[in-house]
Design a binder for this molecule. Structure first.
Ligand SMILES: [Zn+2]
Length: 284
């Protein structure tokens, strides 16, 4: 369940219909669900507007990306993934596809996450941006920013390193961080180090981002997904990528389409540009 992409009924069939009717060129679109959906189920798929496609790539210009977003808003939906057809090529995730998923993961997962606010656990956290230490002690939380290079804080600690205390000793200009049975002393911490009081509430939750590849042949797919866990203590996202993700069809929702409507949408949104352009934002 956790490692599956969730599709409503007929969404995959709709992707195959798009790719069959577009034919031997690529095309690209969004996987969407209603704006207020608290699930991560794909209700429908649409084509991105203004795409310029060829047999080996799809390009969506920045203006059209904005148009695509506006179109989604007007439809009352949000994107939790994207899909594209490889035309006459095989089903796989290319380097460009990987990069696109990396680039879009925060936006897409942010659309499917159910955010909860929770009390921060007691402890010391060093998030991914390593020049920050967050200490939560006795229900109060303090975020300390400092230049790691300057202060020689080269070790990185993971979230498990959490029970501890943090003390600044003005006389010796030392910052003493104790946690997980270890003590670390940061020498020569001249003020000002920036200390910001954080609310002891943190965002937590898990979001998902999907990428599905189909081709002209239909009947099959290749999919990848990313799971994003926002840290319970500091709100930093942790991204887990999954290759060869299976699609599970849930029968609570269903996409509605027919060939005529899809041909109309293709005519409106897909521009065949041949092999002219070297710009390949969505190359294979
Ligand atoms: Zn591709």
């Amino acid at each position: 369940m956790e490692n599956e992409i969730l599709f409503g009924k007929n969404v995959l069939e709709k992707l195959w219909t798009y790719s069959r009717l577009v034919g031997r060129i690529e095309c690209y679109g969004f996987l969407v669900c209603p704006t207020d959906s608290k699930e991560r189920v794909v209700y429908d798929a649409i084509l991105a507007p203004g795409q310029k496609t060829s047999s080996g790539s799809v390009l969506v210009e920045p203006d059209d990306v904005a148009r695509g977003k506006a179109e989604l808003e007007n439809m009352g939906v949000k994107a939790i993934g994207f899909w594209h057809s490889h035309g006459g090529f095989n089903l796989f995730h290319s380097g460009t596809d990987d990069k696109n998923l990396d680039d879009l993961v925060d936006d897409l997962a942010g659309n499917s996450v159910v955010v909860e606010q929770g009390a921060m656990a007691e402890g010391i956290y060093i998030p991914r941006k390593e020049n920050t230490v967050i200490a939560t002690i006795n229900g109060n939380s303090v975020e300390i920013n400092f230049n790691t290079k300057k202060f020689g804080l080269s070790r990185s600690y993971d979230e498990s390193w959490r029970d501890g205390s943090i003390t600044y000793i003005p006389a010796t200009r030392q910052l003493v961080i104790a946690g997980g049975g270890e003590v670390m002393t940061v020498e020569d911490v001249g003020l000002p180090i920036k200390m910001a009081e954080k609310s002891a509430e943190a965002k937590r939750g898990t979001g998902y981002a999907y990428s599905v590849v189909v081709n002209e042949e239909g009947g099959d797919y290749y999919a990848e997904m990313a799971k994003v866990d926002w840290c319970y203590s500091c709100g930093e996202p942790k991204v887990t990528r999954m290759k060869k993700a299976p699609i599970r069809v849930v029968d609570t929702v269903s996409a509605v389409f027919d060939d005529a409507k899809i041909l109309e949408e293709i005519k409106e949104k897909v521009n065949r540009r041949g092999l002219r352009s070297l710009l390949t934002q969505f190359g294979t």
